[in-house]
Write a protein that binds this ligand. Structure first.
Ligand code: ADP
Length: 474
């Protein structure tokens, strides 16, 4: 057995053959029994009616004088022989004639149907069939005689049962054929979506991730096909994002490497002097590469859920204050005012302080970078209490608001994606690789929180992070 169709078809064939065969056998058995009972009852009635007639004759004639004549006057089928024995055991009538006047016992007759007159037995009637059946008054076919053997169905009866049998088998065969045809149709109907799924799986295995199966049944296989399509769509999306990531990484690495390669070649060819300016450029690009690789590592750890967080109760107001003072040098260069806006008694939160410092640093660096000279940046912290109606859990919300250029609405939903930059052509020295906000999002989510942004072009942007409080973070 090779395929599912064969297995299902074989199982169906077995069920059909067994059930039809069993049904035909049982029906045949009960038909034969019922039919024989019917025949026996008919014979009994026939025998009894002749016995009654004979007793009337006996009363009329006061004896068995013309018994042979009377017997001959009864309607007797060709294969039936009537024998009448008087009360002394002598055969006084025989439609076969050869036993006339012989002793009943000498021809083996015994236990016939009694012929009764006024409660007294005046004789016995034997109805014998040439098929060997002896129909006695007791209802049973008793007695053995001459060459006649065991009671056996008569030829007509056998023919009748044979006809019933053949029509039974014919009906069974037609039913089996119909069941088989229907079975083949149903088997095909059931197995064709499975074949489609199997074909789809081999397409996916060969790397054709865009392949979708076309199964629209509303059953479990239909559900499986839907899950299959969802799985291949997600694999396809994953593969596309992996390719984009590799291309982005290659693109980001190329620029600093080109600068380093060009500068080193220039120095070696004697075009550039190995002075502080050129060595400084190499160092700057090396630092850029190191940062990029570090960012990528952090991002991939966070995305795969493998980043280990060293959680400890942390005073976030203090942490933000420290980060603000570190950003002060860069802010002062652009005359940007840095403000901290924190309500008193902001509770400590259970976070990995190093990761949180990285989050706040990235947000502040972006704010300083995108805020023009003379602008301002405000860091605010506020505890949000539990609100079961709005499903808000107690958490700490930190926001970094700037008075910068703002982010156009079409870009705003994408700024947390990795390698996403609003102005792609901007020089690397001015901006990063588009990983800063992706790292913020992943790290905050690793703490069970979330990050989002609001912005108005020309007015400024506000970046929010929400960290749950009072919950153990895994
Ligand atoms: P990058 O490291 O290139 O700044 P990010 O992931 O930090 O990348 O930011 C993604 C994009 O979001 C940036 O290209 C920038 O255009 C935009 N962006 C981030 N922060 C701000 C901000 N405070 N004001 C305006 N635009 C911002």
């Amino acid at each position: 057995m090779r395929s599912l169709s064969w297995k299902l078809g074989g199982a169906l064939l077995l069920v059909v053959v067994i059930s039809v065969g069993l049904m035909a056998y049982l029906v045949n058995l009960s038909t034969t029994r019922e039919f024989r009972q019917y025949v026996v009852q008919g014979n009994m009635m026939y025998t009894q009616s002749i016995a009654d007639n004979l007793s009337r004759y006996y009363v009329q004639e006061r004896g068995w004088v013309e018994a042979q004549k009377t017997l001959n006057s009864f309607p007797v089928p060709g294969n039936i022989r009537l024998v009448l024995v008087d009360s002394f055991g002598k055969i006084v009538g025989d439609t076969g004639r050869d036993w006339l006047n012989r002793d009943a016992k000498s021809v083996g007759l015994n236990g016939g149907t009694p012929v009764v007159v006024s409660g007294q037995e005046v004789g016995e009637l034997y109805v014998l069939s040439s098929g060997g059946m002896m129909m006695g008054g007791g209802g049973m076919m008793g007695g053995m005689m001459g060459g006649f053997g065991q009671p056996a169905p008569e030829v007509a009866e056998q023919e009748f049962l044979g006809r019933i049998n053949s029509s039974l088998w014919l009906t069974g065969l037609i039913a089996a054929a119909a069941a088989l045809l229907l079975g083949i149709f149903l088997t095909r109907h059931i197995t064709s979506p499975i074949r489609a799924l199997s074909k789809g799986a081999s397409h996916i295995a060969k790397g054709d991730l865009g392949y979708r199966v076309n199964v629209n049944t509303r059953d479990e296989i239909g559900d499986l096909a839907q899950s299959f399509n969802a799985m291949s769509a997600s694999l396809d999306k994953g593969e596309q994002s992996r390719r984009r990531l590799v291309a982005d990484i290659a693109h980001e690495l190329r620029t600093p490497l080109t600068v380093i390669d060009g500068t080193v070649s220039g120095i070696m060819d004697g075009v550039f002097k190995p002075d502080a300016e050129h060595l400084g450029a190499i160092k700057e690009q090396t630092a850029l590469l190191t940062r990029l690789i570090g960012d990528l590592r952090d991002l991939s750890l966070a995305e795969s859920g493998q980043m280990k967080l060293e959680l400890a109760p942390t005073d976030m107001v203090d942490l933000v204050r420290r980060k603000l003072s570190q950003a002060e040098v860069a802010a002062r260069e652009k005359s940007i005012e840095l403000k901290l806006n924190a309500l008193p008694n902001v509770p400590e939160v259970n976070v990995d302080s190093i990761r949180m410092e990285q989050v706040i640093s990235n947000l502040l660096a972006n704010a300083v970078r995108h805020t023009p000279d003379g602008g301002s940046i405000t860091a605010s912290l506020a505890a949000v209490s539990c609100d079961s109606a709005r499903h808000v859990k107690p958490s700490l919300v930190i926001s970094i608001a700037d008075t910068g250029e703002g982010i156009p609405p079409e870009h705003l939903p994408h700024v947390f994606e990795r390698f996403y930059r609003v102005q792609d052509s901007r020089s690397r020295s001015d901006g990063g690789a588009g990983l800063g906000l992706a790292i913020v999002k992943q790290m905050v989510e690793a703490h069970g929180g979330r990050a989002w942004a609001e912005s108005e072009v020309g007015k400024g942007s506000t970046f929010y992070i929400q960290i749950p409080m009072g919950e153990k973070v895994a």
